[in-house]
Structure formats: structure tokens, C-alpha cells
Ligand binder design. Structure first.
Ligand code: GDP
Length: 170
């Protein structure tokens, strides 16, 4: 199945989005030695198309100092293994340099990338999402992972860019 990766800084709402998208169809994979943050895989179906999805921020390490390096390491893994990448930002915050660096890394990777500007809970807030256009993504989607708004539009765009599923041979 094609794989969608969810990337972003801690607390932007990655796991809220992931849980909304996967419901109960998810599994925490065992961590590799020396890796403090697990990746969580789940399955998602949209308009009859299936995909796997990975939350790259599975478990936040206790050691805050680990966080920036870990986000970038997870983004590198996403660029290697995913067919499409959704970067999540917190639309209520100012655009900050870690977001810009992460965006640069993901945009350079040559994979389909989408920016989900999260926590846009009301229509009035959605204008704030425009600030994040400066990150340079072609696809900028205001969403509220908590309320479920904007999720359908996001999935329409992401699934349109996934490779066609191969026919299952019988
Ligand atoms: P992660 O660290 O990126 O996985 O972030 P979480 O999914 O754990 O969310 C961090 C915090 O943001 C939690 O308190 C969530 O309830 C909150 N949150 C997530 N999505 C939304 C949203 O759409 N709107 C609002 N207002 N809060 C949200």
C-alpha cells in the first residue's frame, strides 16, 4: 500500500490528526535500539482507496533536547519511505525557524508534500493559515484535527497524488 507520512514539530496536532484519520486501525511498532521515539503506523481508507499512514512523532521523548534532531531524523526517514508527506503546523503560532527548516528539507525531497495548517477551528481563523504560505508549499490546507474540518479536502489532495494501487494477483 502507498504510505503517507505525517511530520511536524511537537504539539502541532500530528497525533490528533493521525487518530482522526485511522480510528482504531493502528499499531505502535516496536522501537529500534537507541531510538527514543517510536513511529506509529495505521491504515486509512478514502473514497475506496487504501493507504498506510505513519505518525512520525509517535512518542515524545522525555529529554526535550532530543526533539529538534529527532524531528529532522524522522523527516529524513519519511522522505525515504513515504509516497506523500503531510507537514503539520500550529496555525495559532507565529511562523518559526524550525518550521522553515523542516519545510525546506521536505520541499527539497522531491516527494508530493502538503502543508496542513492545524487548529484553524473556526472560519474566522482560517485567514491565519495564509501566513504559512510563505513556507513555499503549493498545497496549503487549513484544518482542525480536533473538529474535523478541512480533513476531506486534505485527503482529496493527498490521495490524488498517491501511486495507483497495484492489482492484486490471485
Ligand atoms: P503532536 O505532538 O504533534 O502529536 O500533537 P497532539 O496531537 O498531541 O496535540 C497537541 C495539543 O494540541 C493537544 O492538546 C491537542 O488537543 C491540541 N490540538 C490538536 N489539534 C487541534 C485542533 O485542531 N484545534 C485545537 N484547538 N487544538 C488541537
Amino acid at each position: 500500500l502507498p504510505l503517507i507520512a505525517v511530520c511536524g514539530r511537537p504539539n502541532v496536532g500530528k497525533s490528533t490528526l493521525f487518530n482522526r484519520l485511522t480510528g482504531s486501525r493502528r499499531s505502535i511498532v516496536g522501537d529500534e535500539p537507541g531510538i527514543t521515539r517510536d513511529r506509529i503506523y495505521g491504515e486509512i481508507e478514502w473514497q475506496g482507496q487504501d493507504a498506510r499512514i505513519v505518525d512520525t512523532g509517535g512518542v515524545v521523548p522525555d529529554d526535550e533536547a532530543l526533539i529538534p534532531a529527532e524531528i529532522f531524523r524522522q523527516a529524513q526517514v519519511a522522505l525515504e519511505e513515504a509516497d506523500a508527506i503531510v507537514m503539520v503546523v500550529d496555525g495559532r503560532t507565529e511562523l518559526a525557524s524550525p518550521d522553515m527548516e523542516l519545510a525546506r528539507l521536505l520541499l527539497r525531497g522531491g516527494k508530493p508534500v502538503f502543508l496542513a495548517v492545524n487548529k484553524m477551528d473556526t472560519d474566522a481563523m482560517q485567514v491565519q493559515a495564509e501566513n504559512f504560505r510563505r513556507l513555499g508549499f503549493k498545497n496549503v490546507l487549513p484544518i482542525s484535527a480536533e473538529h474535523g474540518t478541512g480533513i476531506g479536502d486534505l485527503l482529496d489532495e493527498v490521495f490524488a497524488m498517491l501511486p495507483e494501487p497495484r492489482e492484486i494477483e490471485t
